[in-house]
Design a protein around this ligand. Structure first.
Ligand SMILES: [Ca+2]
Ligand SMILES: [Ca+2]
Length: 94
């Protein structure tokens, strides 16, 4: 499934969604960001619950026009922002 669809699916509703973890599994830069901010118990892994929090924040950051949806353009912009802001290894990401 394309990353953007994973994000949309994971951000939907507010229910725990297994796709939230898959999103970060696929993107090392986003995973580093999520771990830095949402690894609540500092074990170096994102639980489903922690990943869900990270996806919520990512969606909030990305949805710049506040229409409740994250477009590919919004997603890419948010990702670039996070990579720049937190000096993440963008070159490692797919
Ligand atoms: Ca954890
Ligand atoms: Ca939007």
């Amino acid at each position: 499934m394309p990353l953007i669809l994973l994000l949309a699916a994971a951000a939907a509703a507010g229910d725990i969604n297994p796709d939230a973890s898959a999103l970060f599994d696929r993107d090392p830069a986003l995973n580093a960001w999520a771990l830095a901010r949402f690894d609540a118990n500092h074990d170096g892994w994102l639980t489903l619950f922690e990943a869900q929090s990270a996806v919520g924040e990512l969606k909030r950051l990305a949805d710049t026009n506040h229409d409740g949806r994250v477009t590919v353009q919004e997603y890419e912009a948010a990702r670039r922002f996070l990579v720049a802001r937190f000096n993440l290894a963008a070159s490692d990401a797919r």
